[in-house]
Design a protein around this ligand. Structure first.
Ligand code: BGC
Length: 762
């Protein structure tokens, strides 16, 4: 007898079978970077991303080993996020889109928007921030920018790709509230506001289920809840079981696996394990992607000079001036400067791995400083050299001391090399290379003033030398215009306006994930929960070297007014008037934090609620309007599986950083006033007594008819009740002397059930 499932799923004839085969084949890549052609769908090219187009003409690889065609290397995520400037990210996105189009690319594999959980994470140089709101706001504009050119994006890595250690095997164990509040919101916002053409699944598992085979993630959440209508592509080689992945909602397998994926799909349809319609739906999504990204004009080049200028402007806007004692910066034209450090001539400006871009050109810091200040005013000493012997390093240190002692300002270039920060592995410490630290200390001893310029995709410790230098310029990863952008900031032709998108801690042991990173035995417990980054440091009152949001300027800003009012249902608007009170033009980042109303759940003491970057001429003032959406006040209520705003008074805090709060407004919100849940014998004594209807009835009954013990218990209320308040009523009611009769309890339970079904309380 033929199994009914076989009849349903067995293609009727040869034509039909061939159609299915052709369809299944489309769902696995043709090679490393392109999809197959067929069924009226053209072949698509998908390449990295995120901060430049990595189009390989020769041998393909996804780890950045082989050369790619030249394209502009814009600042990687760690850099550009420090600009706190969504409009700038959009401009960069548009330029990336134009380059992608010119290089015959249909989908750029970016933005990379995982949350920086630990500064050790190998890909923190690619990711934006430790804060989901900042990440989401920037990612939305990245996607809009790229997609405005017709090129698609692939938002990655969905989700919780917080580390490189064991990235293909590790399971990130994260509770629901933490997922919703920290690791998912940036993805949610991009999907809802920017409609990315595709989403890339992560390598790791989440709570035991691999992202690429995770139906809850790829279908329940992404499509059903958030309304995503694009294509889900695997991270390169992430799929463990092609059929499970397809059934979970993963449409396209990349790179291609020859006929393996196709065969697996066909076999599953034949066996009745996979409905044919699943294949057809994914093919339609691929068709949709091809249509959305179809070129509308013929091939065109891109303006490399204009894009380099944008790379320079965006890099300069991303530099964070951490420290500037004695107004050491900007450098003045009449000063003599010693530029010290090999990184001033061989700059670091991106990290290693799949995002590695072959730049159209690279601006060298020393050359740019000489151009800006005049050759005669700038001397150079290497200070260290990668791979140098101890003796050679000592000699270079001596030379550096000599150079530093004879000038007005010594500018020391230090940082991390590409092999220190890369996809594929995590760092193990936050230290600079030892020769770099030694150089800073040697120079600081002899120089009249020392400026340290950092190039580091991931956070490095500024200890123990921090206090010994006058100025610190955090350059992160700035892309190919690194040299000119740093020279612009050092000489003051660009006023620094970057703000930290991640905390710089005092020590690795202070970081919230320290004891749970990178996990063990292929499990990484996100034990710090929602207390990631500044959410932890501020709540635990742990000192940091520089807080999230920190960044100095060559001018000063004053706040002249700050108003907050509620708008709709638990939303608010803030108006902040800010004036440039200094002598030079500059940009301020207005940061609003929300401190929660009292809550049943432990919440961070403050969370970024809204921000805006404004450029101001000297003396100019502007009033900035910032919307505080409902989500800015809400937390994820695990019991109701929904966003909940606790009723009560919130504080809206105006901050220069997450720890420097300069003004506060109180904001009472109605919030979600829930009907009290029905009581049961398992509900605690406290829940019974605090129930708005049952509580007073119980109290009254005990006073009127109770034994002396009951009356005493009811009267004592406060203290006596406190001792027993966590007891389930069923047990408390049986205590000698308490002895609340069963029928009384039953009546009260019925009352609570009735009140739970009544009209909502106000
Ligand atoms: C990375 C992705 C990248 C892909 C293609 C993977 O190793 O995780 O971010 O897009 O390779 O290069």
């Amino acid at each position: 007898m033929t199994d009914i499932r076989d009849r349903d799923h067995e293609p009727a004839g040869d034509d039909d079978r061939r159609t299915l085969e052709a369809q299944a084949a489309l769902l696995s890549g043709r090679d490393f970077w392109s999809t197959r052609e067929g069924g009226g769908i053209r072949s698509l090219v998908l390449v990295d991303g995120p901060h430049g187009v990595r189009r390989q003409a020769g041998t393909a690889d996804n780890l950045g080993f082989n050369q790619s065609l030249p394209s502009t290397c814009f600042p990687p995520g760690a850099g550009i996020a420090s600009s706190w400037d969504p409009a700038l990210v959009r401009e960069v996105g548009e330029a990336l889109g134009r380059e992608a189009r010119a290089l015959d690319v249909d989908v750029l594999l970016g933005p990379a928007i995982n949350i920086k959980r630990s500064p050790l994470g190998g890909r923190t140089f690619e990711y934006f921030s430790e804060d989901p709101r900042l990440t989401g706001a920037l990612a939305v504009e990245y996607v809009r920018g790229v997609q405005s050119t017709g090129v698609g994006t692939s938002v990655k890595h969905f989700a919780v790709n917080s580390q490189e250690t064991e990235r293909m095997r590790v399971s990130a164990e994260v509770d629901d509230r933490t997922l919703r509040e920290i690791y998912l919101p940036a993805f949610e916002r991009v999907v809802k506001e920017a409609a990315p053409t595709s989403v890339m699944s992560a390598y790791n598992a989440i709570n035991g289920v691999f992202s690429s085979e995770n139906r809850w993630l790829l279908t329940g959440l992404l499509r059903d809840e958030w309304g995503f209508d694009g294509l889900v592509v695997s991270d390169w080689g992430a799929i463990k079981d092609r059929v499970d992945a397809l059934a979970a909602g993963l449409d396209l397998e990349m790179p291609g696996t020859g006929d393996e994926g196709t065969e697996a799909i066909l076999q599953a349809v034949r066996d009745g394990r996979l409905d044919r319609s699943v294949v057809e739906t994914s093919v339609e999504r691929l068709r949709g992607l091809a249509e959305r990204t179809a070129p509308t004009t013929g091939p065109a080049g891109f303006d490399a000079d204009a894009h380099h200028a944008l790379a320079r402007r965006s890099a300069a806007a991303s530099v964070v001036l951490l420290r500037n004692e004695r107004e050491t910066l900007p450098l003045r034209a009449d000063q003599h400067i010693a530029v010290i450090g090999e990184l001033a001539v061989q700059p670091q400006y991106q990290g290693g791995g799949s995002s590695h871009v072959n730049p159209t050109r690279v601006d060298v810091p020393l050359d740019e400083l000489r151009r800006a200040l005049g050759d005669e005013r700038v001397t150079f000493a290497a200070g260290y050299a990668k791979g140098a012997t101890e003796a050679a390093t000592d000699a270079m240190l001596d030379e550096a001391r000599g150079a530093a002692a004879s000038v007005d300002v010594a500018v020391v270039f230090v940082g991390l090399y590409e092999e220190d920060q890369s996809e594929g592995f995590d760092r193990e410490h936050l230290d600079l290379p030892a020769a770099h630290t030694a150089l800073i200390e040697a120079v600081a001893e002899v120089a009249a003033r020392t400026v340290v310029v950092l190039s580091n995709g991931g956070v490095v410790t500024l200890e123990p030398w921090h206090d010994r230098v006058e100025a610190i310029v955090e350059g992160w990863a700035l892309g190919q215009a690194v040299g000119s952008a740093l020279a612009d900031v050092l000489t003051g032709s660009t006023n620094p306006s970057g703000r930290l998108a991640e905390t710089i801690p005092l020590a690795l042991t202070d970081t919230p994930s320290y004891l749970n990173f990178p996990g063990e035995q292929q499990i990484v417990r996100h034990g710090e929960g929602v207390f990631v980054g500044y959410r932890y440091y501020t709540s635990a009152q742990r000192a940091v070297r520089y807080p999230f949001g920190h960044g100095l300027s060559y001018t000063t800003f004053g706040v002249e007014s700050f108003e907050v009012e509620t708008t709709g249902h638990d939303t608010a608007v803030a108006r902040v008037t800010v004036r440039n009170t200094g002598a030079v033009a500059g940009a301020e980042v207005v940061q609003l934090y929300v401190a929660p109303a009292p809550s049943d759940v432990r919440r961070p003491v403050r969370e970024l609620g809204a921000f805006a970057k404004v450029s101001l001429e000297p003396g100019e003032a502007v009033t900035v309007t910032l919307e505080l959406e409902r989500r800015a006040f809400a937390h994820w209520d695990v019991r109701g599986s929904r966003w909940r705003v606790d009723p009560g008074t919130y504080r809206v805090e105006l901050g220069r950083s997450a720890t420097d709060i300069i003004d506060v407004r109180e904001l009472p919100l109605v919030g979600d006033v829930d009907r009290p849940a029905p009581l049961s014998l398992v509900s605690t004594v406290k829940e019974w007594f605090s129930h708005p209807i049952v509580g007073p009835a119980l109290m009254q009954g005990m006073m009127a008819n109770g034994t002396p013990e009951q009356q005493a218990a009811a009267e004592a209320n406060g203290n006596a009740l406190k001792m027993v308040e966590s007891m389930p009523m069923g047990q408390f009611a049986r205590f000698p002397g308490v002895e609340i009769p069963d029928d009384a309890l039953e009546q009260l339970i019925a009352l609570s059930v009735a009140s739970a079904q009544a009209e909502p309380a106000v």
